[in-house]
Design a protein around this ligand. Structure first.
Ligand SMILES: Nc1ncnc2c1ncn2[C@@H]1O[C@H](COP(=O)(O)OP(=O)(O)O)[C@@H](O)[C@H]1O
Ligand SMILES: [Mg+2]
Length: 1028
């Protein structure tokens, strides 16, 4: 939706007019009670303001007063009326009310003041435009330049003479076909989040639909020409040869005659994700449907409404009535007067109308969108209301309806006794809400309009402002009260999108306009009224494009200079662009063939489900012939990969196997510690993208990582050596003897190739060092002693200086040596002497500068080892002297990390890793924002065996997870968990979410106490005490 999709037929023949008996004022005003404000009724279209006759002297009747105050205010909330609603300057403000008609028309001439070059290559080669279409393209180009100019941004540079070649099929291509002013905020945000990949098409002729092989009935969308957006608001007019394949399409809104229809056609049945379709827009613009939906499913307050229709819209049939919404189905056009009068009478006298003194009469009709006048009547005038309804019913077609709705009295915000000077002010609240990861709605921005109560307040005739400023102007300055209003607006707007998404989920592909058509954002217009003694936002309209445009205008206010707290707020379009990127990533990866080396343990069982969801075709190489994933993949290759001293030979053998089987691979990757070096070697054999085997080897062997980085002294500075920690490799008792004199004690002894903290120990003196070395030499000799922790490389150890400080994980995504994303989490105190992980929280509670230090340190260490492409997990401690490296895991973070990052940031490290493996730059937002906080603790069989069999059983924890009360990540299967081991790995993680760290921590503590996870030997409060 957004801005009324598609907007066309402006210059057509006039629509039907109402019979003259309904005209009560000489200017065709339907408001019988003389028009106090000519702006409120149809008169405003016909009569220039100056020629309006002076209003009648006011009478002090209650009804009259109510009209002048509340009616005007509530009217202000309604985006009816062509000239206000339409993003284009309408060439004909004298237009009649009536249904939209398809037709032709030229854009308004010479509209935008400015001095940009007119000599730009707007023609798309091979796709000539007619004179009229061309005029619209020029018009939109000028509108774009005007918008850029007003935002203080440079003029678009024409690069179309030198076509861009790009990386066909390998790049994110976010394409918007629509009015530049509506989408400016999205375009600019897209330019920041995915530079050069956010494209604006100013004409449908710049796009082509081509049949999609393997997807009957669907088409791919190609873009040959567009304005591309880059950071800093830089824009280029680009030609693409070959044309770029669109990975996300947001179809044109507010386009000129003919173009709207073409945009709708382009958006239909695409293989790529689409954020709008004519079909969905039509549903969202059906007032009756959406009102019913919001009231019923969303629990959103809507005005009390009486609706008349000949035939209920199909989607409303069979649904239960909702309170405050009365539906009357009429049997035909004739002989309905009595029924209508009775229904209107009963409605106007009913309690559902509350304190309303006025009613508004509207049409719910796609045909009439944006072409209606406002009709308002005092509640007492049953006869007039019924007459107006009857007159409108004559024009109705099946599935359209006439609505009579309460004009709920606006909240009087100024306190009695402290009236505001001047005219009473009206406020309109408009909220933009976006669909995020997991179909969750997220409010991204609230924009308000304030104006005189006696003038209509429309998106395009009012200045946008923040909720705080708007409410303060109306007399509500209390921060706490404003916060209450914001919370209720957030709840209502998110509930509205949830209701829309629930409706969409029930629709067929045809009803949605395509398999991939989803509503990714919504604008909701609210009035603020008092209900049950509380300030309540009442949802009036769904209005995507107009709300987005208002947000853009508000953000534009802060374009230059960017300062103050408002600039800190995320752009309204930020979550929308993140969704575009996430959907694009899926689009690019669908059907990709990937070889996975090592299925991994139970803790990685999410991989198979995710792969199916993403449409990845996985082929698995695995040592265990009975691995549970063997049935879940396209090809299962049983091959023993555990003997790492033979990794090179194995890589060659595997490459032959892959060739012999004729696998057409797009990539090869691993997330399992044990298989990373082999994977790099195999990728080299197969010519697939991966970090080099040498880099993987360096990272895999802990002492080599540190000693290598110690030598990397720069420039550039700061160099990786700053973060490396002195250590000694230990292969024999003699090495231990030497090491205790070189490494200051206490130190940490651990396995060179270890994982899961198995065999790690704090050693305080030389005897402890010798004892631990011989114990490991005895207990952990080979793979069979503890599978999957790297013993296939042997059980060599190292002694490392003990690093004091707080422990953190940094999960990085690198592509071509560029840092695309980084996620920092904090760890609680480990359990000594074995350093088992206890607690963690995300996002980090560190100050931004310290967080940045950690990210840079992790990034530098990866680069220093030659790890340039992939998803890496870097463990560091933050000491008084800065970050120190513990180890680099050259794979995605283990345990709960992938789950938490997906949950909090909507970024899937698994998909990112798969994309890098396919040589595709992962489609990630530049600065993803966490949607909350997670705090979790590990459960250990040794500590929690009893509760894990009772209060905190797997079933109980899963049930709590399913109810959203905790996040449960299980790492061991029940068979694995039952084997008692001295070298224990965590059994599961339980975490709680909260809007703040403190809230999440408190919740978790309560839960752990309730479930018995907390106890004297496992003091959860202590483990969480780091997280402040
Ligand atoms: N030098 C050190 N100083 C302090 N703590 C350390 C040091 N090395 C390891 N640790 C602790 O031991 C844990 C496990 O060590 P690590 O090197 O990450 O082994 P693994 O590969 O088994 O995870 C770390 O998370 C950290 O808490
Ligand atoms: Mg580790």
């Amino acid at each position: 939706m957004g801005g009324g999709f598609p907007r066309e037929g402006r210059g057509g023949s006039p629509g039907p007019t109402l019979p003259s008996r309904h005209w009560a004022c000489p200017w065709r005003c339907y408001i019988k009670q003389r028009c106090l404000s000519p702006m409120l009724c149809c008169c405003r279209r016909r009569v220039p303001t100056r020629s309006v006759p002076p209003a009648e002297p006011r009478r002090a009747s209650a009804a009259r007063q109510a009209f002048s105050l509340s009616t005007c205010k509530m009217l202000s909330l309604d985006p009816l009326g062509l000239e206000w609603d339409c993003p284009l300057g309408s060439k004909d403000l004298e237009e009649e009310e009536g249904p939209r008609v398809e037709g032709s028309g030229l854009p308004p001439p010479g509209y935008f003041p400015g001095s940009w070059s007119q000599d730009v290559g707007l023609d798309c080669k091979g796709s000539p435009e007619g004179a009229e279409a061309r005029a619209w393209t020029v018009y939109y180009y000028s509108l774009l330049q005007s918008c850029l100019q007003q935002a203080g941004l440079p003029e678009t540079q024409d690069r179309s003479q030198a076509p861009r070649t790009g990386c066909p099929g390998a790049e994110v291509t976010l394409c918007i076909l629509g009015s530049p002013s509506t989408f400016l905020s999205v375009l600019l945000e897209g330019g920041v989040q995915s530079p050069g990949n956010m494209l604006l098409c100013l004409s449908p002729a710049w796009l082509t639909k081509v049949p999609a092989p393997g997807q009957p009935g669907e088409a791919a969308l190609l873009v040959s020409k567009a304005v591309s957006f880059h950071p800093g608001g830089l824009t280029f007019l680009d030609d693409f040869v070959p044309a770029r394949r669109v990975t996300y399409f947001l179809a044109g809104l507010g386009l000129g005659p003919g173009q709207g229809r073409e945009a709708a056609e382009l958006a239909r049945d695409l293989t790529c994700p689409t954020g709008a379709s004519a079909e969905l827009a039509r549903l969202l613009e059906d007032r009756l449907l959406t009102r019913r939906l919001l009231a019923q499913q969303g629990g959103v307050a809507v005005p009390a409404t009486l609706a008349f229709t000949y035939k209920l819209p199909a989607l409303l049939q069979g649904r239960d009535a909702s309170p405050g919404l009365r539906l009357v189905e009429l049997s035909g056009k004739e002989g309905q007067e009595t029924l209508v009068k009775d229904e209107v009478g009963a409605f106007l006298h009913s309690e559902a109308l509350g304190d309303a003194l006025q009613v508004a009469i509207k049409l719910s009709s796609w045909r009439w969108r944006g072409r209606q006048v406002l009709r308002l009547h005092p509640r007492a005038e049953v006869g007039t209301v019924a007459d107006t309804v009857l007159a409108l019913l004559e024009k109705l077609e099946e599935e359209e309806s006439v609505l009579v709705e309460a004009v709920c009295p606006p909240a009087r915000l100024s306190f009695p006794g402290s009236p505001q000077p001047g005219p009473e002010l009206a406020v309109r609240i408009c909220a933009v809400v976006c669909r995020t990861q997991g179909d969750r709605p997220l409010l991204s921005k609230v924009v308000c309009a304030v104006g005189r109560g006696d003038h209509p307040l429309r998106h395009q005739s009012s200045l946008p402002r923040t909720l705080e400023v708007a409410l303060a102007q109306c007399g509500l300055g209390e921060a706490a009260q404003v916060a209450v209003v914001r919370r209720s607006v957030k709840a209502a707007a998110e509930a509205a999108l949830a209701a829309v998404l629930a409706l969409e989920a029930e629709l067929s592909v045809e009803q949605r306009g395509g398999r991939q058509a989803r509503t990714d954002f919504l604008g909701v217009d609210f009035a603020l009224t008092v209900a049950g003694g509380a300030l309540t936002p009442v949802a009036l309209e769904l209005n995507g494009g107009l709300c987005l445009e208002a947000c853009g205008a508000l953000e534009g206010l802060w374009a230059s200079p960017r300062s103050g707290p408002v600039a800190e707020e995320a752009a309204a379009a930020a979550p929308l662009v993140e969704t575009m990127l996430r959907r694009s990533a899926r689009c690019l990866m669908e059907g990709k063939q990937l070889l996975v080396i090592g299925g991994g343990g139970f803790s990685k069982k999410f991989v198979w489900e995710a792969a199916r969801d993403y449409g990845l075709k996985l082929h698995l190489v695995e040592s265990d012939p009975n691995h549970f994933a063997s049935q879940l993949v396209q090809t299962f290759i049983h091959f023993d990969v555990t003997e790492h001293r033979r990794d090179e030979d194995n890589a060659r053998l595997l490459a032959e196997l892959v060739r012999a089987r004729g696998l057409q691979l797009d990539g090869c990757f691993s997330y399992w510690d044990d298989c990373l070096v082999l994977t790099a070697l195999l990728c080299q054999e197969l010519g697939l993208p991966c970090s080099s085997p040498a880099a993987m080897r360096l990272a895999k062997q802990k002492s080599h990582t540190q000693l290598h980085l110690l030598c990397r002294q720069g420039p550039p500075w700061p160099s990786p050596s700053l973060h490396a920690v002195p250590c000694c490799p230990l292969e024999s008792e003699a090495d231990v003897e030497r090491a205790v004199h070189q490494v200051p004690l206490p130190g940490v002894m651990k396995l060179e190739f270890g994982a899961g903290a198995v065999g790690v120990r704090l050693v305080e003196d030389a005897p402890q060092c010798h004892e631990h070395f011989s114990r490991i030499a005895r207990d952990l000799q080979g793979e069979a002693d503890h599978p999957g922790i790297g013993l296939g490389w042997g059980n060599a150890m190292l002694l490392m200086e003990f690093i004091d400080g707080t422990e953190h994980d940094v999960d990085l995504v690198l592509f071509g040596g560029r840092l695309l994303a980084a996620f920092v989490s904090d760890n609680g105190p480990t359990r000594l002497p074995g350093f088992t992980e206890t607690a963690a929280c995300m996002p980090t509670g560190l100050a931004p500068e310290q967080e940045a230090q950690l990210v840079q340190a992790a990034f530098r260490c990866c680069l220093g080892c030659g790890l340039l492409d992939g998803v890496f997990n870097v463990e560091l401690k933050l000491t008084g002297a800065g970050p120190r490296l513990i180890e680099i895991n050259p794979r995605m973070g283990g345990f709960y990390l992938r789950d938490w990052i997906l949950e909090l940031y909507g970024v899937d490290l698994l998909l990112a890793a798969a994309m890098v493996a396919c040589g595709l730059r992962p489609a990630l937002p530049t600065h993803p924002r966490a949607r909350g906080h997670l705090v979790g603790v590990m459960c250990l069989v040794s500590q929690h065996l009893q509760v894990l069999n009772s209060t905190a059983s797997q079933e109980a924890l899963q049930a709590l997870h399913d109810r959203g009360l905790l996040r449960f990540n299980l790492f061991l299967s029940s068979e694995e968990a039952l084997v008692p081991s001295e070298y224990e790995e965590p059994y599961c993680s339980v975490a709680c979410a909260g809007s703040s760290l403190a809230e999440a921590r408190l919740r978790l503590l309560g839960l752990c106490q309730g479930l018995g996870i907390d106890g004297p030997h496992y003091p959860v409060a202590h483990f969480l005490s780091h997280f402040k």
